[in-house]
Ligand binder design. Structure first.
Ligand SMILES: NC(=O)c1ccc[n+]([C@@H]2O[C@H](COP(=O)([O-])OP(=O)(O)OC[C@H]3O[C@@H](n4cnc5c(N)ncnc54)[C@H](O)[C@@H]3O)[C@@H](O)[C@H]2O)c1
Length: 258
């Protein structure tokens, strides 16, 4: 289905991006593992190549235009024009608004929102030339609904959904679709790092955080797995999703159903 397609997955050295990259590589696509953490990116590319896949690691800061353009240039030189882009790199920071440092606000917006813009801007010319492309942006349930103490994250994730809708209408004439995936909580390093802070903020023990905070508003009471997300990303990249564009697809156990 994705044989010989060139795919960039940002933040693919860890968590959700890592599993998406592995699933895409199993479809015989050529996958670029683009991550700020070069060691993690290399390790994952080696793992995919050891299993007869085709992957290369490229160190990249998605918040930096020159770094993004270098990454895309290297990807094209090595694998050919970009067909599919998965904007996944992200991070979290939790604080009350009065104490939220400006540099943390700027960092979260730069990585998740500006990073999505910069990577899309760099890849779209190749997709237009091929008259085909798939842009898959990892937003969040927090792209649709808020939680306290996460102002920068929630703002960036809402922004990604708006940006994706613009790409969907702007790029449709070239057969390029753009969709957001909005996961509920997934147990990755991004969430594991929040457990201590959330326990403190809510004045509860770390053991109580999953039930009392993460899954509190989620009817199914289940964490989402990285495999479920990778399978949704694969579906959006495949032929059955050719008429799906501009959507923000929730995979969150019913958290945002209202
Ligand atoms: N884990 C969850 O519960 C959850 C829920 C909804 C959405 N998401 C989103 O999914 C995406 C992946 O998150 P995850 O949970 O796998 O986190 P993770 O921490 O496991 O992985 C994030 C990756 O992004 C990379 N990264 C960070 N800043 C970068 C930058 N400037 N340039 C390039 N790479 C950078 C990190 O090095 C890391 O490898 C994020 O956008 C996150 O907001 C996660």
């Amino acid at each position: 289905m994705l044989k010989n397609k060139t795919v960039i997955v940002t933040g693919a050295g860890s968590g959700i991006g890592k599993t998406i990259a592995s699933h895409i590589a199993k479809q015989k696509a050529q996958v670029v593992i683009a991550d700020l953490n070069e060691t993690a990116a290399r390790a994952h590319a080696d793992e995919i190549n050891d299993q007869n896949g085709s992957a290369m690691a490229i160190s990249c800061d998605v918040a930096n235009e020159q770094s993004v353009n270098n990454m895309v240039r290297k990807a094209v030189e090595n694998f050919g024009p970009i067909d599919i882009l998965v904007n996944n790199a992200g991070l979290q920071f939790i604080s009350k608004i009065e104490e939220f440092p400006l540099e943390k606000w700027n960092q979260l917006i730069s990585v998740m929102l500006t990073g999505t813009f910069l990577c899309t801007k760099a890849c779209v010319p190749y997709m237009k030339q091929s008259n085909w492309g798939r842009i898959i942006n990892i937003s969040s349930a927090h792209g649709k609904t808020p939680s306290p103490w996460k102002c920068a994250y929630v703002a960036a994730k809402h922004g990604i959904i708006g940006f994706t809708k613009v790409m969907a209408c702007e790029l449709a004439q070239w057969n390029i679709t753009a969709n957001s995936i909005c996961p509920g909580y997934v147990l990755t390093p991004l969430v594991e790092k929040q457990i201590t802070d959330l326990a403190k903020q809510h004045n509860i023990s770390e053991e109580q955080v999953p039930e009392q905070v993460l899954l509190k508003n989620q009817p199914l009471k289940k964490l989402v797995s990285t495999t479920e997300l990778a399978e949704l990303a694969l579906y959006l990249a495949g032929p059955s999703a050719q008429c799906i564009t501009g959507q923000a697809l929730s995979i969150d156990g019913g958290w945002t159903y209202s």
